[in-house]
Design a binder for this molecule. Structure first.
Ligand SMILES: *Cc1c(COP(=O)(O)O)cnc(C)c1O
Length: 429
């Protein structure tokens, strides 16, 4: 290894043993990393093509305030998103506060009282339980007489086609398909599998709206869900497509009518997309989208590196060391509270921000056990930046994701291992 590099790792606190172990694993991953780079190249070109086609110019970075009428930067960015993700139209706004808000907006604007929402892939992301009203909540879809049906995946992770067919009825208006497993144990869906599911559903009811919760999935593959028949994709800008630079925001891309409905709900009937000042954040949206393909590739390499390191050490990792990837989340079952805390300590110690603090488990609202979280991010709560968290209960799984660069993700993972090693929780040889 390059002497300068070794010295630098030593200065940051990585021991020779950990470094050598990591180097061996990295060497074995060369071919996979090359595939990820090739995919990032396709996606990088896709983004540039969309920017060129829509004539992104310096004027697009001007700051609008007040009503934000004729905001060229905002309107052009929405065309860029539409082209990049292959939709007819897009809504990309700082007024969409997070992923949950974007999803709630897409649902509430495209459903009407008496309609039914169907999830054919099991329970959706935690925060959507209150949006839908699975857990009673003020303003939920349930309060507006929008009912909900759910069909779980079969034990082996496949779609319950029989059950889905039975669940689709005259009230079914919108189907929500979550691409990433989030923090559940089911497998993440590839774009191809999402396409199969949509074809099946549209075969039964052609006019049903198929929405994909695209959080954590953007730029992981060469294709996005709109290319396999989805009507609308929804996500957060403090995850993949914001490239770590967007300080806030969410997006909805898809059929013109779906996006229009969302716009009239976000602002007001009659106003729709015409208002909504961008307040100076729009340049970071462009720049973040521009960087997103390489940022996502770094995060993916980090996830695969971690899976291989910890699997080799005997831990259960999900996805496993060789599986194909469809989102950027990695889970590792660490089997003890000490190991979980040490792992998070390492991720925190490797951060560019707040590296000097030690994460402590605490009782977070909504959880039935203490939770530990590690994050040293430029954008608060951003999970495209390297971050880790896990509930202090068996199997003491840590969920980790992100990394704005591969080198930072690598340092974080080596540091997690360093802490386990220092606390004598693992043996490496
Ligand atoms: C993160 C996430 C959400 C919610 O996004 P927030 O920005 O945290 O509100 C919804 N669905 C999935 C699959 C996610 O990963």
């Amino acid at each position: 290894m390059n002497q300068f590099l070794e010295n630098q790792y030593t200065k940051l606190g990585i021991s020779k043993e950990v470094l050598a172990f990591g180097a061996k694993i990295e060497e074995e991953l060369k071919d996979r990393f090359a595939m990820i780079d090739a995919r990032a190249e396709v996606n990088q070109l896709k983004v540039i093509e969309a920017m060129q086609k829509n004539k992104v110019s310096a004027e697009c970075f001007n700051i609008s305030s007040g009503y934000g009428y004729n905001d060229l930067g905002r309107d052009t960015l929405e065309k860029v998103y539409a082209d990049c993700f292959k939709g007819e139209d897009a809504l990309v706004r700082p007024q969409i506060t997070c992923g949950t808000h974007a999803l709630a907006l897409a649902l509430m604007s495209n459903l009407r009282p008496g309609d039914e929402l169907l999830s054919p892939v099991g329970k959706p992301y935690d925060t959507l339980e209150e949006v839908i009203g699975i857990r009673p909540s003020k303003g939920s879809l349930a309060e507006y007489q929008i009912s909900y049906a759910q069909v779980d995946l079969l034990e082996d992770g496949s779609f319950d086609y029989e059950g889905i067919k039975k669940a689709i009825n005259e009230k079914t208006r919108l189907v929500t398909i979550q691409r990433s497993k989030g923090y559940a144990t089911r497998p993440t869906l590839s774009v191809e599998r999402i396409g199969e599911l949509i074809r099946f559903i549209k075969g039964i009811k052609p006019d049903v709206i198929c929405m994909v919760d695209n959080c954590y999935g953007e730029f992981v593959e060469e294709r996005e869900p709109l290319e396999v028949g989805a009507d609308m994709i929804v996500g957060s800008l403090i995850k993949n497509p914001g490239g770590g630079l967007a300080p806030i925001g969410g997006y909805i891309v898809g059929k013109k009518e779906c996006v229009e409905n969302a716009a009239y709900r976000l602002t007001s009937p009659g106003l729709g997309k015409e208002v909504g000042a961008s307040l100076g954040v729009i340049q970071s949206f462009y720049q973040g989208l521009f960087l997103a393909p390489t940022v996502v590739s770094g995060a993916l390499k980090g996830a695969i590196f971690a899976a291989n390191i910890y699997e080799k050490l005997g831990y259960k990792v999900v996805p496993d060391s060789t599986e194909s990837r469809h989102d950027i989340i990695q889970a590792i079952e660490l089997n003890s509270p000490e190991a979980l805390c040490a792992f998070c300590e390492g991720i925190q110690a490797a951060a560019p921000v707040d590296s000097y603090v030690t994460p402590e488990p605490w009782a977070m609202p909504g959880y039935d056990s203490d939770v530990i979280m590690a994050a040293g991010a430029f954008v608060q709560g951003s999970s495209i930046e390297l971050s880790a968290d896990g509930p202090l209960k068996p199997p003491y799984a840590v969920y980790f994701q992100g990394g704005l660069t591969w080198y930072h993700a690598k340092l974080g993972i080596l540091m997690s291992l360093q802490k386990l090693y220092e606390h004598q929780l693992v043996k490496i040889d």
